[in-house]
Design a protein around this ligand. Structure first.
Ligand code: FMN
Length: 418
């Protein structure tokens, strides 16, 4: 019986174990996690979501505090359009994170960065250009364009000296999105080096509507492979979403996929950036606790654990400190929902906002527990310790389980004495 290790992913001169750990913002896919994937011969992702916050935490900068101090006058103002990101600071934060990560890289694998278009940051084009250019300057091996159609993203970096030889990929959920992207990017004379096809069972934001359950990953992957063949384009296709075992991955590789992108199983590893308590919530989740809702201000449905403290919370918007989801007009759907509730409840000390969430604040505080649909199976990948908690796994253990298991079994970790 075949296993993932019988396959290799070729990206230019690189020959890789065909396992890619997906980007998980905000610093859930940490440098440590990405570096483990690279050390083991695969691909890991860091993320540039809320990079100023990540820089403060990891590299002792004071960017959030300084931004808040600068815009303090606006905290009680409903209009957030004047709150802008300092592009120089954005470059500084991105380079700090990328350089510190790449300096520590070992092994034959690669480290990419996940860049989401939906982080519009009150100046979508300018901020995305700076984010991607700074990552290239910092020496990142590749950029995965995520959460958006990215119709103009290649053009934003086409003048960068590394544009032709850095690995560039895009996440899509349909042939239509891929075909649009290829059409709009053609002008730059460059194709993506890989295409991640994300199905409806993935974590984070979904590239589907609330009818996501009608779609199926294997079918979309087959459609994308057929489309690329018809267009005579030799671009590796990397499925993602709901690939829980080595056997799931092998089936897709046998179907013509070049690698797989996985994430949920790594949320309960030591290297993952979630707090230890939250990792236990992921272990404990049952199937009925995993929901897809529309509370993300991005407009995309998002999957999360029902007990996430950020659901229904009516915190005052923190755009002066964060503001990553302010659109080109300085608007965010949460700010509007919050203002509506405040107006409807004059004098209330605290309001509840059910239809939207302050995603910046709650992702920063690990209070929105986004996960893939298979998170309810995480409890079957570990064992309980004497105190009733689940044993955390090492990223190496999970990676090797994907790489070498030849059926749908999951290898449990060695017991630790408690
Ligand atoms: C906790 C978590 C956070 C995620 N955050 C992001 C993100 O910031 N950007 C992104 O493109 N995808 C994000 N994803 C999606 C993953 O990168 C990946 O494509 C997907 O979850 C793979 O499916 P799986 O989790 O079933 O293995 C996230 C997934 C999880 C579980």
């Amino acid at each position: 019986m075949k296993c993932v290790d019988d396959f290799r992913l070729r990206l230019g001169k690189h020959e890789l174990v065909p396992i890619m750990i997906g980007g998980m913002g905000v610093d859930i896919s940490t440098a440590d996690l990405a570096l483990e994937a690279a050390r083991l011969g695969g691909i890991g992702h860091i993320s540039d979501a809320m990079i100023n916050t990540v820089a403060d935490r990891r590299y002792d900068t004071k960017q959030v505090k300084e931004k808040l101090a600068f815009y303090k006058y606006n905290v009680h103002n409903e209009d957030k359009s004047s709150v802008k990101f300092d592009l120089g600071r954005l470059v500084e934060a991105t380079k700090l994170h990328v350089e510190a990560t790449m300096r520590r890289k070992q092994g034959s694998g690669l480290v990419f960065i996940n860049c989401m278009e939906k982080l519009t940051m009150n100046a979508p084009k300018e901020t995305l250009k700076v984010r991607m250019s700074a990552a290239l300057d910092g020496g990142i091996d590749g950029i995965t364009l995520a959460a958006g159609l990215h119709l103009g993203s290649f053009a934003l970096i086409e003048d960068h000296p590394r544009f032709r030889d850095v690995r560039l990929g895009i996440i899509v959920s349909s042939v239509r999105a891929l075909s649009l992207f290829l059409k709009k990017s053609a002008r730059t004379g460059r194709l993506p080096d890989y295409v991640v096809v994300e199905g409806p069972l993935a974590g984070g934001h979904l590239g589907f509507g609330m009818d996501w359950a009608q779609y199926d990953l294997a079918t979309i992957v087959a459609e994308v492979i057929a489309f690329l063949k018809a267009e005579q384009l030799d671009i590796p296709v990397i499925p993602a979403g709901g690939i829980f075992t080595g056997g799931d991955a092998t089936a897709l590789l046998e179907q013509g996929a070049a690698a797989v992108q996985v994430a949920t199983r790594f949320t309960v590893t030591e290297e993952c950036g979630l707090p230890a308590k939250v990792k236990q919530e992921y272990f404990k989740a049952n199937a009925e606790d995993i929901v897809v809702n529309e509370i993300s201000p991005t407009g995309y449905p998002m999957r999360m654990i029902l007990g996430s403290p950020g659901i229904g919370d009516g915190i005052r918007p923190n755009c002066e400190a964060y503001g990553y989801l302010l659109d080109a007009n300085g608007k965010c759907a949460y700010v509007m929902a919050y203002n509506r509730e405040v107006a409807a409840h004059p004098g209330a000390r605290k309001v509840s906002v059910m239809d939207k969430t302050c995603l910046c604040t709650h992702m920063r505080n690990f209070d929105i527990w986004t996960c893939g649909q298979t998170a309810y199976r995480l409890k079957d990948t570990s064992q309980r310790l004497g105190d009733g908690s689940y044993q955390l796994l090492s990223a190496e253990h999970v990676f090797r389980d994907y790489q070498f298991s030849s059926d749908n079994k999951v290898v449990l970790p060695e017991s630790v004495a408690v």
